[in-house]
Design a protein around this ligand. Structure first.
Ligand SMILES: Cc1cc2nc3c(=O)[nH]c(=O)nc-3n(C[C@H](O)[C@H](O)[C@H](O)COP(=O)(O)OP(=O)(O)OC[C@H]3O[C@@H](n4cnc5c(N)ncnc54)[C@H](O)[C@@H]3O)c2cc1C
Length: 494
């Protein structure tokens, strides 16, 4: 025990001496990333009396929320009371999370979240976000058992525009030092593993510097634009529709300091992204995959994987997630083509023709030739089409119970489109405690480092499912917690 005390005293001394050494580059709290979550964290830490440096690697504030929808959710928000809903509670919200997320959340974090979520909505409300008619609603996903979702009138930009003004006011007062186009490249640790500062790089000049701080809050967003990380954790093949900044810098920094991670294998990707030669990684165009009549979906062995019809969003997503190499081939024929709206997003025939001419949509006179053109197992596709045509004839899909059995695949030319899943945001993240402190892989606090926003991992709070408005609520709940605790920790240890 005496040895442990000596180590703790020594570590504290190192923290204090490092934090106090570099006078120019020395602050209480460093916030990394000025998306919605980073702005809330910086505001909150500043309002708790800390001097804050807020680093943003791009030339604009707001991150992903600027292009996002406007949902946010919480029980017992003022707007719910105004609408006469007085019987919601943290318990009911928790029960919804349990149901919607299949119990894959961290119970302590989820409980803290549901307790704080209503206050988080009020926080944005009081700050001046325009919530339109202020009526609570339900979600486009599986619904809550009571209306507790609220929509910013201007979408996600409704939050960030208000936050930008609040940040600017604190910059003016000297409480936040905002450094744009400055990328944090790594965390600095003392000899005991505590985080005591960051390394930064000026994006334009390439100049580097060290900053010391009492606490660091990572608010760097997800990794959906980093297909190497997506490949490592989620899909062999995927495409991205995330904004380019979402490269998962915080995940890599957390990993370097030994953080634990949870729910990293969970990432609900969207189905049907068509790879275009001019856009090898970015998602630009989808196939119409929701109940498109006639078409079947096969894997690279030519096997069907589902009923294709009457699927929930999650079931459709699972087909693309579980297909070998995440490749799903959509097969149709001229009979379907001439009877129906185009299978290209927006039912755009002109685009279909372009893709056909460009060889993105393949066509062939026989099923076997189509299989060869697509790189699908020839006898596999042949057998699948034969069996499917038989199901149509008998009016019963013996393999998957498909309800729509209108078209036999028998009218050449046959058409095929290779598709992949595409990702928008990520759902796993470093483990943390209810003070938003990042934990190591043994569940111990790594001193001096906090996290918030998409980095936290929506699944760690809301489980493996879709909880309406969760990401924006995390941006407020966990930024307030990390800002407050980061400020207090920094002030105590300096
Ligand atoms: C199309 C779309 C619609 C959505 N709609 C909704 C919705 O209606 N409701 C909802 O709840 N959620 C929605 N979301 C998700 C939600 O908007 C995001 O998960 C959330 O806003 C992420 O916020 P963040 O601050 O954690 O990260 P981000 O917004 O990604 O911000 C991170 C910031 O950190 C900066 N940064 C990253 N690394 C560094 C570094 N090394 N150094 C310095 N700066 C760095 C980035 O440049 C960026 O500005 C949507 C997402 C998308 C893509």
């Amino acid at each position: 025990m005496r040895d442990l005390n000596i180590i703790i005293t020594l570590c504290l001394a190192i923290v204090i001496s490092f934090a106090g050494s570099a006078e120019a580059n020395d602050t209480d709290v460093i916030v990394v990333g000025a998306g919605m979550s980073g702005m809330v964290a910086a505001i909150e830490a500043a309002d708790y009396g800390a001097d804050v440096v807020l680093f943003e690697k791009t030339s604009r504030l707001g991150g992903t929320a600027v292009v996002a929808g406007g949902s946010i959710s919480g029980a017992n928000a003022l707007m719910q009371y105004e609408a006469g809903i007085t019987d919601d509670s943290a318990e009911r919200f928790y029960a919804d999370i349990y149901r919607l997320g299949r119990g894959e959340h961290d119970p302590e974090l989820a409980w803290k979240h549901v307790e704080e979520a209503g206050l988080a909505v009020d926080y944005m409300d009081k700050m001046g976000v325009d919530f339109g008619d202020r009526e609570p609603g339900n979600t486009a996903y599986d619904p809550f058992d009571v209306d507790r979702q609220y929509m910013a009138a201007d979408g996600g930009a409704g939050y960030t525009s208000v936050l930008e003004e609040e940040v600017a006011a604190r910059v003016e007062r000297g409480h936040i030092d905002l450094r744009m186009q400055t990328k944090v490249t790594g965390l600095i640790q003392d000899e005991c593993g505590g985080v005591v500062g960051v390394n930064v790089e000026d994006v334009e000049s390439g100049d580097t510097a060290e900053y010391a701080s009492g606490a660091v809050i990572l608010a760097t967003g997800g990794y959906a634009a980093n297909l190497d990380l997506v490949k490592r954790y989620n899909f062999d093949n995927a495409r991205t529709a995330a904004l380019p900044h979402a490269t998962g810098d915080g995940f890599e920094m957390a990993e370097e300091i030994g953080a634990g991670f949870a729910n990293m294998d969970y990432l609900p990707a969207y189905p049907g992204s068509i790879p275009l030669p001019e856009s090898p990684e970015r998602h630009e165009l989808s196939a119409e995959v929701e109940d498109y009549p006639g078409a079947i979906w096969v894997d690279k062995y030519g096997r069907r994987m589902s009923s294709e019809h009457d699927l929930t969003t999650g079931e459709r997503q699972a087909v693309w997630a579980e297909a070998p190499a995440n490749k799903v081939f959509i097969i149709l024929d001229e009979g379907i083509r001439s009877d129906n709206a185009s299978i290209i997003a927006g039912h755009d025939w002109e685009r279909f023709e372009e893709l056909l001419d460009g060889g993105v949509v393949k066509s062939a006179d026989t099923v076997e030739e189509l299989a060869e053109a697509l790189g699908v197992d020839v006898s596999g596709l042949h057998d699948t089409v034969d069996a499917y045509n038989q199901f149509v004839e008998q009016g019963e899909d013996e393999d998957f119970g498909r309800s729509e059995l209108e078209y036999k695949l028998e009218n050449p030319p046959f058409y095929g489109i290779k598709t992949y899943p595409f990702v928008l945001l990520t759902k796993g993240g470093p483990t943390m405690n209810t003070n938003a402190q990042i934990l190591d892989e043994h569940g111990r606090v790594i001193p001096g480092v906090y996290q918030t926003g998409e980095l936290v991992g929506g699944a760690n709070i809301g489980g493996q499912g879709s909880v309406g408005g969760l990401a924006h609520t995390i941006n407020v709940v966990w930024s307030r917690i990390s800002g407050q605790h980061g400020a207090a920790y920094a002030q105590q240890n300096r």
